[in-house]
Design a binder for this molecule. Structure first.
Ligand SMILES: Cc1ncc(COP(=O)(O)O)c(C=O)c1O
Length: 372
């Protein structure tokens, strides 16, 4: 019979079928603890797009997170079905069908979504009006502000009109400002990240000021990922941070130089791969290519083996060069650090949880592929 599951509880790691996605339990738990210790009084709403795994969301909430972020409505629906009751979809929801789905979901959980345009607000309000219940539960609406990421987000001068429109609709609640700069997270030096954080804070403060002068209080300012959340906390404008990758880490994040107050997060996520061919001198071929480890932020790295360089990925093959010329044997298992954790996790059905070289749990990545 073919081993459809890479591993089962009780398996020794050497018996796990590859490629497989594995999580070192001790490092993962320490990463969660370090985040909570480093945010002080700020609220934490970890981004679940990194793990897409309800069991991890439950553990984050058990450690004090107020809820989770999702990037897509279909992702949020999976977590809601698994009992997660407070979800912010950090994205714009556009179109009648999606707004209807959002309105229905908002009746079951505390749901927040982002807007940066009048039309999104009108569409959401219309969907809420169509609900059969006479007194529907409100949907939380956050205005996304363009804070330097050059992605979504309204210009600060446009925010007051959007907030006024939200407040005009009784089924929508103005819940705060979304001020996230994705481009800032991977700036390599602390001083580059600090400038980006200062810019986010400056624009957020300007926007809060504009709203205050119109008599509107801002209940929440949310943003910040693994790269900047510690600086965001220290800067003092955010009231909530939303890091995602910190639980796992990846080769790209490991290239960031740390700031003195940045906690050190351990590498907890690995792709296990095996050497399947060694007919050339100087390099071997492993069974993890780009369908086993994402390459959008750079190639994977071989864990704790500087002699081995993962040089090239094709769909199902990876070329690993031995700098010394001493290639690993056929069947040898290597641990790869994924280049980028989020899209790597999205490639797998399950996460094998490892403790003391044994599989101690298997967690479904229930929202993998949920991109609607
Ligand atoms: C809106 C938003 N918040 C938070 C995050 C979490 O970022 P990270 O995984 O870098 O911590 C992301 C990631 O892309 C994001 O898009």
């Amino acid at each position: 019979m073919l081993p459809w599951k890479a591993g089962r509880i009780g398996d020794h790691i050497r018996d796990v079928q590859t490629p497989a996605l594995v999580l070192e339990r001790g490092h993962f738990e320490r990463n969660m603890d370090r985040l909570m210790q480093s945010v002080g009084a700020l609220r934490v709403r970890p981004h679940a797009k990194s793990h897409k795994c309800p069991e991890i969301a439950r553990q984050q909430i058990a450690r004090g997170a107020v809820g989770i972020c999702c990037q897509k409505l279909s992702e949020a629906a999976v977590f809601a079905a698994e009992g997660i009751e407070n979800i912010l979809v950090t994205n714009q929801v556009v179109g009648a069908q999606k707004c209807q789905t959002a309105a229905q979901l908002a009746q079951r959980i505390q749901l927040g979504v982002l807007v940066d345009d009048r039309l999104q607000i009108e569409q959401l309000a219309h969907a809420m009006k169509q609900l059969p219940a006479p007194n529907p539960r409100c949907m939380d609406i956050y205005v996304e502000v363009e804070v330097g990421g050059a992605r979504c987000g309204a210009m600060p001068g446009a925010v007051l009109a959007l907030v006024t429109l939200i407040r005009h609709h009784p089924t929508l609640r103005f819940a705060g400002l979304h001020c996230y700069n994705g481009a800032a997270q991977h700036k390599r030096t602390p001083s580059e990240r600090q400038s980006a954080v200062d810019q986010v804070a400056f624009i957020a403060e300007q926007t809060i000021g504009l709203l205050k002068r119109a008599g509107i209080e801002v209940p929440c300012i949310t943003g910040g990922g693994t790269g900047t959340f510690a600086m965001d906390c220290a800067r003092g404008v955010m009231t909530e941070v939303q890091p995602g990758s910190y639980i796992f880490m990846d080769a790209d994040y490991r290239r960031n130089e740390l700031w003195l107050k940045d906690p050190v997060f351990d590498q907890a996520l690995f792709v296990l791969t095996s050497v399947i061919s060694r007919s050339h001198e100087g390099f071997v071929v492993v069974d993890a290519g780009l369908k086993a480890s994402s390459v959008d932020s750079g190639l994977p790295e071989v864990w704790r083996n500087p002699d081995l360089l993962y040089k090239q990925a094709s769909d199902e093959h990876g070329v690993v060069q031995a700098r010394s010329g001493q290639s690993p044997r056929l069947g040898a298992t290597l641990k790869l650090i994924p280049g980028h954790c989020d899209p790597t996790v999205n490639l797998y059905d399950d996460l094998l949880v490892i403790d003391k070289d044994h599989v101690v749990d298997v967690w479904p990545i229930a929202a993998r592929g949920a991109c609607l």
